[in-house]
Design a protein. Structure first.
Length: 133
């Protein structure tokens, strides 16, 4: 007789990053920017933030929420932040910080190196400047 048991999938790179960041910092505000792949760059599509008060944010749940944005995205840029008291940002401050990140990212895609970049499956990506031949 066979018994089927559900098992929790091993954490992907995003879930590992989240657990490590929460263990190191405690509660933080996570800034999220959905990105679209272009031939030689990534372009920001839309953004949001959420307050992380625990280390259990499954990638599947997060992507389900992100897919509700109504855009086709290829990767997710994530930035962890805290206010001057090492706490989550108050909402008005989080909105202002998110806007600062958006403006900086539009001006220079290498701002992505200050955060983390994940593909649709939660695998870590890296962005580098391309050198022209």
């Amino acid at each position: 007789m066979l018994s089927l048991a559900t098992s929790k999938a091993p954490p992907n790179a995003f879930e590992t990053w989240l657990k490590q960041t929460f263990a190191r910092q405690g509660a933080f505000t996570m800034f999220l920017i959905l990105m679209k792949e272009e031939p030689t760059t990534l372009s920001p599509l839309c953004s949001s933030y959420l307050h992380v008060i625990g280390d259990d944010v499954p990638w599947a749940d997060l992507t389900e929420t992100l897919n509700g944005a109504g855009v086709i995205w290829d990767s997710l840029a994530v930035f962890a932040g805290q206010d001057e008291f090492q706490q989550i940002f108050a909402d008005p401050d989080a909105k202002a910080r998110l806007r600062e990140l958006e403006v900086a990212l539009i001006a220079d895609r290498l701002v992505l190196q200050k955060g983390e970049l994940f593909d649709r499956w939660g695998r870590r990506l890296q962005i580098e400047r391309m050198h022209e031949a």
